[in-house]
Each structure stands twice: as structure tokens, then as C-alpha cells.
Design a protein around this ligand. Structure first.
Ligand code: SAH
Length: 449
């Protein structure tokens, strides 16, 4: 196979990073924005030793899964991977991504429950982080193009509430009329880097955070007045200072410009306060289903000691606190721990304690002190649990472990380690928190043998 060659290809599967896959002459060909069943003419763009990449040259017969994309930014924008297939077929694919990860990486055969799909696959996100940049016509904001740091100018995104684009537009207009320079990644000059917006799904409270390179409250004062006058739901405007040359969006320091340093929302019946630095599931509607599934797996009776590792602002543990004797949460981000403690108090939950520490270190310390949790919830970031954490979890010998993960591959790897240490994976369920993207969450029930 040679670069620029055109070949006929049938797409037989989709990989977990969203590429269609077909075989030509025994060689795997990966083609983005395709669907299972597509018959295509594919132009080869890159040839490697065992596989190659192509792009669609012509659709000969489209797959029955295909739909017309309803977003002008697709597929150039890096936000969505699946606007060209029906949501039903996307959900089926995601169910298979989770199944494949557990059976192939984890070598685990178990009860795979049907995916909890999302009834509202559009405008589900409660958080946006618009990158701000410079164009010939002044400051712009928008979305990163696929696999790049190039900003595509645009406000409306089908994954975000419509009010976010109105707010972002107002802010960019203001900066263009008031000489607030956007940060330029190339020259490292300028002030405004990102516009961060978060809205409580149930409360509808809004937080706006200007991510800037240096403190500059006075330049933003009138803008805050304009925003709060126009949008009565704004409960918090903050300025986050990030002077570093980095891809990480938020810096260490945050100052409040208006209202509080957090907004409130309702999560599984509890009032929760969330600071900008705190992790908060972006799809509240689906996250509540996920936490309910986790609670069903945990089958709590009221007597248990529950350990919630990687607890963020405490949302999962607190949703189960009335069904346990005691809850201990562990989280590494101090602001999130403060939120968790305050959230317990707000909801008059008196049997909860939160520790600000690395999950592995805290778990080892708890194990050393002979703490014996009956149930452990593990909800690690994408890279999964480290071996310290898993070792300590095993040594505490809980009857049940409920693992929640946004990365089925690392979840499967970690579950495999648990199965090698006296545990059995009883149930796995995919939950779609991120429609139109390749991401999928899963929840796993693991019991002591
Ligand atoms: N359970 C929470 C948060 C899950 S996201 C919820 O459902 O909202 C994963 C969390 O792990 C984040 O809050 C992140 O800050 C935290 N985290 C990442 N590395 C950690 C570590 N080494 N130790 C403890 N917490 C960590």
C-alpha cells in the first residue's frame, strides 16, 4: 500500500479512539468519521509497518448508522467524534468499548449489563473552558481543532448550554472594546487565556472564571457589572491567575470578583458547593444515574464503614452517607476537600470525615492503623489507581469494592490486579456521560471471594 493510493474498503469496527477500521490486503486501515457497514473509497494518507491511515475519498454505500451532522464545526473541531452516526449506534459502540477493555486487557468474563445511555445527548455539559486567542479581527474564543492547539473561532457548541455562548460572546466583545489583550501561546504575551463557565444543572447557578496571566481586577470590574446585570443567575465571578507556560488551564491562585468562590448545585438530593478547582462530573443528569448504580452495587445496610477514595467534592460518598455508619473520603485537591467538608455540613451529614492526601498514601496509613472499611469506592482519574492504592485496598480486605472510571482500559487493568488478589468482578456497566465524544464511564462491582 502506498501513500495517496485509493482503495475500496468496508468498515467493520470502530476503535475506542473513534476511528473506523477495515482490512485491505490483510492490512488494517484506520479511517476517521466513518461508520460500521460503510462501503468507501479511501485515500491512504499514512503507511506504517503493520497498519495505515486513510481518509474518506468517496462514500459508495453509507452505513445504516449514519446521520447528517447538525454542527457546522464537525469534524474539524476536537470536541466531538460521533456527530455522523445515530446516538443509538454510538451507545452500542461504547458498550462494546467497555466489554472489549475488560475481556482483552483485564481477561475478565463477567456479567456485562446494558449501557446506561443518555436521553439528552446534546447540551449536557455543565462546564466550558473556552480558549481565548488573537485573530486579524481582534480577540476570539472558540474550540481547539482536532489534535491541535489552534483555536477555531466559534461560540455555540451543541454540547454546551446556549447561555454559555451568549456569555462568552459578551466577554470577548468587551475585551475587544476595552483593550484587554488575549494571551498568545506563541509569544507568551497578553492577559486573558481562558473563559471558564460552569452552571449547576438543577440550581442553574452560574460561575464565570477569567483565567489570566496576572492579577488585573480593575480591568474586569465593568465587565463584571455588565455580566451580573444581564444574567441574574451569576452567583460567582472569579479570576484565576496562571502565569505559567503550560497546557494546564487553571493556575494556583484564585481571587473572587463577585459573589462567592463557588456555586451550589443539587446532586442525588444533596446540596453541593463546587469551587472552580474542584472536579465535578460534567454531565449531572447521567452522573446521578451513575451514582445510583454505584449505590445499588454497594447494597449498603446502614452499618458499614465506607471509604471513598478520589472523592473530589464528596459527591459519591455523601450520596451514600445515610446508608452507612461512617464515611471517610480521600482527595488530593485542597479546595475540593474543603468543598466536601462544607457539603457534609450543608446537608447535616455528621458521620463523614474527609482527608486531604494522596489516595495511596492515605489508604496505606488507614491500613496500618487497622481501619477496616466494609466497602471501598474507587473513582480514580484517567490514569487509574497506582499499585500503592491497590495494595492498601487489598490489605484492608473490604467485602466489596465499587470502581468507577472514565477510562475502561485502566479500570480493566486495575480490576485484573484485584482479581489476582482474592477479588472477583461480578458486574460491569457502561454509563455514557459524554455523548458525541469517544469517552465512556464504567462502574464495576467487585467482591471478596
Ligand atoms: N469521586 C469524585 C471525583 C472523581 S474524579 C466525583 O465523582 O465527583 C477523580 C478525583 O481524584 C479528582 O477529584 C482528582 O482531584 C482526584 N485525584 C487525582 N489524583 C489523586 C491522588 N493521587 N490521590 C487522591 N485524589 C486524587
Amino acid at each position: 500500500m502506498k501513500k495517496n493510493e485509493i482503495v475500496n474498503l468496508e468498515i467493520t469496527d470502530i476503535t475506542s479512539d473513534g476511528n473506523g477500521i477495515g482490512k485491505y490486503d490483510g492490512m488494517a486501515v484506520f479511517v476517521p468519521e466513518t461508520a460500521v457497514g460503510d462501503l468507501l473509497e479511501v485515500k491512504i494518507v499514512k503507511v506504517l509497518k503493520n497498519y495505515c491511515f486513510g481518509i474518506v475519498h468517496k462514500v459508495i454505500t453509507p452505513s445504516a448508522d449514519r446521520i447528517e451532522s447538525d454542527c457546522p464545526h464537525f469534524p474539524k473541531c476536537g470536541g466531538c467524534s460521533f456527530r455522523h452516526i445515530s446516538y443509538e449506534s454510538e451507545a452500542k459502540l461504547k458498550e462494546k468499548f467497555v466489554y472489549d477493555a475488560f475481556t482483552r486487557i483485564g481477561k475478565i468474563q463477567t456479567d456485562f449489563m446494558p449501557i446506561l445511555s443518555c436521553e439528552n445527548p446534546d447540551r449536557y455539559r455543565n462546564k466550558a473552558q473556552y480558549p481565548v486567542g488573537i485573530s486579524d479581527n481582534g480577540n476570539i474564543c472558540g474550540f481547539y481543532a482536532k489534535r491541535s492547539h489552534r483555536i477555531m473561532s466559534g461560540y455555540d457548541c451543541k454540547l454546551l448550554p446556549e447561555i454559555f455562548s451568549d456569555i462568552a460572546k459578551l466577554i470577548i466583545n468587551y475585551t475587544n472594546h476595552n483593550d484587554i489583550p488575549a494571551y498568545d501561546e506563541q509569544t507568551k504575551k497578553g492577559l486573558l487565556r481562558h473563559i471558564f463557565i460552569r452552571q449547576g444543572y438543577h440550581s442553574e447557578e452560574l460561575m464565570i472564571c477569567f483565567v489570566v496571566t496576572k492579577r488585573s481586577e480593575t480591568q474586569f470590574r465593568q465587565l463584571c457589572n455588565d455580566l451580573t446585570e444581564k444574567y441574574s443567575n451569576i452567583k460567582s465571578i472569579v479570576m484565576n491567575i496562571n502565569p505559567d507556560n503550560t497546557n494546564v488551564i487553571l493556575g494556583k491562585k484564585t481571587v473572587v470578583l463577585y459573589g462567592a468562590n463557588c456555586i451550589s448545585d443539587i446532586m442525588c438530593g444533596n446540596t453541593v458547593d463546587i469551587a472552580p478547582q474542584a472536579f465535578y462530573q460534567v454531565n449531572t443528569y447521567q452522573a446521578e444515574k451513575l451514582y445510583q448504580q454505584a449505590a445499588e452495587f454497594a447494597q449498603l445496610s446502614g452499618n458499614e464503614l465506607l471509604l471513598d477514595l478520589y472523592c473530589g467534592a464528596g459527591t459519591i460518598g455523601l450520596s451514600m452517607a445515610d446508608k452507612v455508619n461512617k464515611l471517610i473520603g480521600v482527595e488530593i485537591i485542597p479546595q475540593a476537600v474543603e468543598n466536601a467538608q462544607k457539603n457534609a455540613a450543608l446537608n447535616k451529614i455528621e458521620n463523614a470525615e474527609f482527608i486531604c492526601a494522596d489516595a495511596g498514601k492515605a489508604a496505606q496509613e488507614l491500613a496500618k492503623n487497622n481501619t477496616k472499611p466494609d466497602v471501598i469506592v474507587l473513582d480514580p482519574p484517567r490514569k487509574g489507581c497506582d499499585t500503592n492504592t491497590l495494595d492498601a485496598v487489598v490489605s484492608m480486605n473490604p467485602k466489596k469494592i465499587v470502581m468507577i472510571s472514565c477510562n475502561p482500559a485502566t479500570a480493566a487493568r486495575d480490576c485484573k490486579i484485584l482479581t489476582e488478589n482474592g477479588y472477583i468482578v461480578e458486574k460491569v456497566r457502561a454509563v455514557d456521560l459524554f455523548p458525541r465524544t469517544t469517552h465512556v464511564e464504567c462502574v464495576v462491582l467487585i467482591s471478596c471471594m
